[in-house]
Design a binder for this molecule. Structure first.
Ligand code: FES
Length: 166
């Protein structure tokens, strides 16, 4: 496996230093991880090592916390992040078929990114918009009451071209 060579950006180093000067400094782990995820689009392994050292938190615990929350990723994500809700309300209203359609169109499985780096596909539990079930979220935009045959048109808003994929 290729080792990441991404040092923490200076502003995040400064943020960690600020946190470490406060009470209960270790409770700032999630905000620190959020900043790293926001900066790189994922959590590079080398950054996790630095966080562990700077915050004096065992690396297994840093990884454990990051693994627990679905918003964190250990692999680079696509330019457009697609999340499909597989919570109960969405599931009973057909999210499995939407997921299947997304896989067919993009040629990737859950947790993967298309080769051109344009789209990544992830599933989540309830995203808190059950009244709109089934929902698909692309970046920060929520699509509600989605039907499988609408997916291609939605993806086209983000530059998807079926010719380029097939
Ligand atoms: S189950 Fe999908 S938003 Fe709640």
């Amino acid at each position: 496996m290729i080792k990441d060579k991404k040092p923490l950006p200076q502003d995040i180093v400064a943020f960690i230093q600020e946190c470490m000067a406060k009470e209960h400094s270790k409770s700032f782990l999630i905000p620190v991880l959020q900043k790293i995820q926001h900066h790189f689009g994922y959590l590079p392994a080398e950054c996790m090592d630095q966080v562990s050292d700077m915050m004096q938190i065992p690396s297994a615990r840093v990884t454990g916390v990051a693994t627990f929350y679905h918003l964190f990723s250990f692999v680079p994500k696509g330019k457009n992040r697609i999340t499909i809700c597989m919570g109960t309300a969405c599931f009973v209203r057909g999210s499995a078929k939407i997921l299947q359609r997304l896989k067919e169109l993009l040629g990737v499985e859950e947790g993967q990114t298309t080769q051109d780096g344009m789209f990544s596909l992830d599933c989540a539990r309830c995203l808190g918009a059950c009244a709109l079930a089934p929902i698909v979220v692309i970046n920060d935009k929520i699509y509600g009451n989605v039907k499988p045959d609408e997916i291609q048109k939605i993806l086209a808003e983000y530059g998807y071209s079926p010719v380029a994929k097939n």
